[in-house]
Ligand binder design. Structure first.
Ligand code: A3P
Length: 300
């Protein structure tokens, strides 16, 4: 291991050695050039695979809860007994690949991969992708706090700098703009479903219904209500199998924050200055040009 995650030196004393693949930085814990290259070039997508794909901090773990509850027809026992990363393995990491390969199909899988590093085999399959997008302003705020507590990310020097890095596409997992643009090219494909964090927040019930329809899963009203109830922010906070409190302390320092931090829309307004907001808008408009999609946050 060159990642130094088990190093006794205090946090911040040593810069994090990110793994680089195809010009994109990845956090070192669990990722390697080999695991990423395997995911990209060799991983075999099955026709019945269901992929949960996101840019970090967009609602990945929330979608994991929703999808595993749908799989269980609303019954929460699987979600309460099994760690989220075992229910929906991160197949582009070492550990995740092992569980993905031994997962009885149909598999539920997770990743933050941009479209151009996603398994090549996917293009010739009818595997399904669920892509969750979140207001990038809230993403950057959530990512900032997450980077402070997660030891495989460099400690942000300031919010100002972190925001600059985000806008320049220099944070781990690459540029949000490229991620969203790359995946949204699939928006009309039958095996692609995109939803926003904001829609999940606004109406989880109908979001779950739409997801069920896309997945061909027939859930009655009670089952949908149980999915909604068990995937709520509070229910997730109470479930150690998804709140991340079980992650080892040398990966996630629980004294520095909470993974399930606020779970709201619009927290960016408490963090951005007027100047930062204007810069953001300008770059956003420029980078999103030509993408014929209107997200909920575009109307404000
Ligand atoms: P905040 O930091 O804004 O609170 P990811 O899983 O992609 O890393 O995203 C984490 C973000 O999703 C965090 O955002 C977290 O609180 C939020 N989240 C997770 N579960 C949620 C839920 N049930 N309802 C609302 N937000 C949720």
């Amino acid at each position: 291991h060159s990642c130094g995650i088990s190093s006794p030196s205090p946090r911040g004393a040593m810069p994090v050695q990110y793994v680089t693949y195809d010009g994109i930085k990845f956090p070192p814990a669990y990722n390697s050039e080999h695991s990423l290259s395997f995911a990209h070039n060799e991983f075999l997508a099955r026709d019945d695979d269901i992929f949960n794909v996101t840019y970090p901090k967009s609602g990945t773990v929330w979608m994991t809860e929703i999808l595993s509850l749908i799989r269980s027809h609303g019954c929460p026992s699987w979600n309460r007994a099994v760690l989220n990363s075992d229910r929906m393995p991160w197949f582009s990491t070492h550990l995740g690949l092992e569980s993905a390969l031994s997962y009885p199909p149909p598999r539920l899988l997770t990743c933050h991969l941009p479209r151009h590093i996603f398994p090549k085999s996917f293009s010739h399959s009818s595997a399904k992708v669920i892509y969750t997008v979140r207001n990038p302003r809230d993403v950057v705020v959530s990512y900032y706090y997450f980077s402070k507590m997660c030891n495989s990310y460099e400690d942000p020097t300031s919010f100002e700098q972190f925001l600059r890095d985000f806008l320049n596409g220099e944070l781990p997992h690459g540029s949000w703009f490229e991620h969203v643009r790359g995946w949204m090219e699939m928006k009309d494909a039958q095996n692609f479903f995109f939803i926003t964090y904001e829609e999940l927040k606004q109406d989880l019930h109908s979001s779950v219904r739409r997801l069920c329809q896309f997945l061909g899963q027939d859930l009655d009203d009670d089952a949908v209500s149980s999915v909604v109830q068990n995937a709520s922010f509070t229910a997730m906070q109470e479930n150690p199998m998804c709140s991340s409190i079980l992650l080892p302390a040398d990966i996630m320092d629980q004294t520095k924050g909470q993974f399930l931090r606020k779970g709201i829309c619009g927290d960016w307004e408490n963090h951005f200055t007027v100047a930062q907001s204007e810069t953001f808008d300008r770059i956003y408009q420029d980078r999103m040009q030509g993408l014929n999609v209107t997200f909920p946050w575009d109307n404000h």
